[in-house]
Ligand binder design. Sequence first.
Ligand SMILES: *[C@@H]1O[C@H](CO)[C@@H](O)[C@H](O)[C@H]1NC(C)=O
Ligand SMILES: *[C@@H]1O[C@H](CO)[C@@H](O)[C@H](O)[C@H]1NC(C)=O
Ligand SMILES: *[C@@H]1O[C@H](CO)[C@@H](O)[C@H](O)[C@H]1NC(C)=O
Length: 289
Amino acid sequence: MLPCFLCYISPLFCICLLIMLPLSLLCPSVCICLDYHTIDCRDQGLPSLPNLFPLDIRKLLAANNHIQSIPADLFLFYADLVYLDLRNNSLTSLEEGTFSTSTRLVFLDLSYNNLTQLEAGIFKSADRLIKLSLGNNNLSEVHEDAFENLDALQVLELNDNNLQSLSVAVLESLPSLRTVRLDGNPWICDCEFANLFFWIDENSNKLQKGVEEIQCILEDRKVFLHELSDISFSECKFSLSLTDFLIIIFSGVAVSIAAIFSSFFLATTVHCFQRCAPNKDEDEDDDEK
Ligand SMILES: *[C@@H]1O[C@H](CO)[C@@H](O)[C@H](O)[C@H]1NC(C)=O
Ligand SMILES: *[C@@H]1O[C@H](CO)[C@@H](O)[C@H](O)[C@H]1NC(C)=O
Ligand SMILES: *[C@@H]1O[C@H](CO)[C@@H](O)[C@H](O)[C@H]1NC(C)=O
């Protein structure tokens, strides 16, 4: 392993080597390098991604391993990555910044992992992403800005997760969305779900498996969405959330305070007029006489 040894001595030398070495020497031993741009490391029981690839790799296949994390600098080194398949691994979280240089990424498969939440802007720089698979994870929380900037995204899979609710802002922030999967989640049909229900109703052509496949939990019973209608959520339109209540109370208080101040101001003005215009007062006195 001469190249690796030299890498420890001089990182610059290492970069030169990476660029000049023949493909066979750069290909990680557990992977198959199909061509200069495609590396196949699937089904190898890998606990992590091998760390020596040709720098201009475009397609990395690493499905069916036990990979626990995506190195935070992956896209810093392999900026040409267009296609990343990490399906069926052991990812539990995505580190902030991992995708901050993934500007060429078009296809990302993270399905069949153990992700539990997606934070705001996590894929922010992947603005060329067209397909994002997050199905069959354990997602229970998707921040409403999680897919911020994904203007090219056409296919989003969130099926078979642990989602009980999802802000419609998540879906509305995707201008190119054509296909979405939301089935296989324990949705709760409450008023929070109402907005998502109306979105699904209006965009049923975008649901790959159709509205029929989506179920939600209503009073401990699972119901199919097509069994529900706008009327099911009619009472939600009039129900007030805590924020609404606070706004109403606050505006009430604000109006009262404004009223007190304006009467005080009026009284002062009147008083001032009475004092500053003695002639008028005298006139009035005269009138009274
Ligand atoms: C996931 O990968 C394991 C090998 O790590 C394989 O045995 C299993 O069939 C794969 N499951 C799916 C759903 O692809
Ligand atoms: C996901 O986590 C659960 C429990 O935390 C574990 O049993 C399961 O094997 C994990 N799945 C993968 C693919 O790592
Ligand atoms: C899913 O995540 C929850 C915590 O959010 C955890 O308690 C549960 O074990 C996870 N399930 C699996 C199958 O990993």
